[in-house]
Design a protein around this ligand. Structure first.
Ligand code: GLN
Length: 454
């Protein structure tokens, strides 16, 4: 049924870069066979899922939305891919994304944009716009994204779906094509909080193949989502971050946020205001740290190892071939990031740029710690605005970057954060998201609040 639905609507939405009908039907049949044979299967066995095209899938094209990886079929599965398969989850295909996860609208994909199912003239957010749009268009009930600065939560917010960035290290990065290794985190996307929790527990957990994977028990997020569903938040302390409002925020988004806070109070939560002054510097710090790491990570696309190779006609040096391939294979935003990152890391500038950004990062972590000493979770709008129009911000990188104003601090500090649908804006009738943030490894706290609020 989901493959049929994809056939009906994906021409208009373009959530998928590759649909693996054959693989999906074979995986579904295996679950049927297991059930018929009396083999015990997990709670999500047989449930279809859309996988962001940044995860290695054995034998199935993996492009990261880039021309430089066109035609690459990985020889192995990412740990996330493997865990999905082991759980009997049916992978429908690979979803569209901003090239190498750099963007907030999915317009940086080399394969054309994804459209927001709520209004196909608008973006579905990014970089994981394909994953979130596939949920909103009912092409898949579950999806997987990655969140380096907001790429799960922001698309979730603008498509009216749930998006979770687990604690950094909570889900393995093995086989996840690296953008900014100290920030990248894979997580679940779904239409309900409980669905996200069930998927979270499938993909999370320690992985010896990822040196930054946390060797600790998976936070009990399913139990927390079930507990929250009773709608009682008495005893829960919620902090409203004062820095997430004011200039650049749509009035409709702020009104929706106020209503959400009022509802949390009604459910029994105690709400206090919390000030985190360094959060004002999160965006500039991120746009030094993320491109710096990206400039290093993307050095591996050297025309020798993967996908595209341009100009290799026997007359050119390896260096020339590398240069021609990277010129042709990377899009403008990726080149911009490589240039910014290379500059920020170069000798003479390192301390002023990268070094300062790392100090800001430390301050942000400390302010989170201070806040979480007095509250259980922090809340904010997920994004300052609802879905913008396709093309509206493509000529203005700063406007595009501001889509992640509220989401970036949690990436810099490494704690858990999620977006849960918060109704429609009274300004334009488009979905708004409520962001809930929790301390590292306390992911269950935000699930409880989200399930109560939902
Ligand atoms: N929009 C942010 C960026 O362009 C975040 C992307 C992400 O989380 N992958 O870097």
């Amino acid at each position: 049924a989901h493959l049929d639905r994809i056939g009906e609507v994906d021409g208009a939405v373009h959530a998928f870069l590759h649909v693996d009908a054959e693989g999906a039907l074979a995986a579904a049949k295996k679950v049927d066979d297991d059930v018929a044979a009396g083999v015990e299967v997990g709670p999500l066995a047989g449930v279809p899922l859309a996988l962001k095209d940044v995860f290695a899938t054995e034998g199935v094209p993996t492009t990261c939305g880039s021309k430089i990886l066109e035609g690459w079929r990985p020889p192995y599965d990412a740990t996330v891919t493997r865990r999905l398969k082991e759980a009997g989850i049916v992978i429908l295909g690979k979803t569209n994304m901003d090239e190498f996860a750099m963007g907030s609208s999915t317009e940086n994909s080399a394969y054309g944009p994804t459209r927001n199912p709520w209004d196909t003239d608008r973006v579905p957010g990014g970089s994981g716009g394909g994953s979130s749009a596939s949920l909103a268009a009912f092409e898949a009930p579950l999806a997987i994204g990655t969140d380096t600065g907001g790429s799960i939560r922001q698309p979730g917010s603008v498509t009216g779906t749930v998006g979770v960035k687990p604690t950094y290290g909570g889900v393995s990065r093995y086989g996840l094509v690296a953008f900014s290794s100290s920030l990248d985190q894979a997580g679940p996307c779904a239409r309900t909080v409980l669905d996200a929790a069930l998927l979270h527990e499938v993909i999370a957990g320690h992985d010896p193949l990822d040196s930054t994977s946390v060797d600790a028990p998976v936070p009990p997020v399913v139990a927390a989502a079930r507990e929250g569903a009773n709608g009682d938040l008495s005893g829960v302390r919620v902090g409203v971050v004062t820095q997430f409002s004011g200039e650049g925020y749509q009035p409709g988004v702020l009104r929706s946020f106020e209503a959400a806070v009022a509802q949390l109070k009604q459910l029994g939560a105690e709400v206090v205001e919390v000030s985190c002054p360094s959060f004002d510097y999160a965006l500039p710090a991120y746009y030094l740290i993320a491109p710096s790491e990206a400039s290093s990570n993307l050095a591996r696309f050297d025309a020798m190892r993967y996908g595209l190779r341009v100009g290799d006609d026997g007359t050119r040096s390896a260096e020339e071939v590398m240069s021609l391939t990277r010129e042709a294979g990377f899009g403008p935003e990726v080149k911009r990031r490589i240039m910014i990152g290379t500059y920020a890391l170069s000798s003479g500038y390192y301390d002023a740029y990268y070094g300062s950004a790392q100090k800001v990062r430390t301050l942000i972590s400390r302010e989170f710690d201070q806040a979480f000493a007095t509250v259980d979770v922090l809340v904010s709008p997920t994004t300052p605005t609802t879905a913008f129009r396709i093309g509206e911000r493509t000529g203005d990188p700063m406007a595009m970057y501001k889509a992640d104003l509220c989401t970036i601090p949690a990436n810099l500090a490494g704690n858990a954060a999620m977006s849960v649908p918060s109704g429609l804006s009274d300004e334009d009738g488009l979905p708004v998201g409520l962001q809930i943030m929790a301390p590292a490894l306390q992911d269950h706290r935000m699930y409880r609040v989200a399930a109560a609020y939902e």
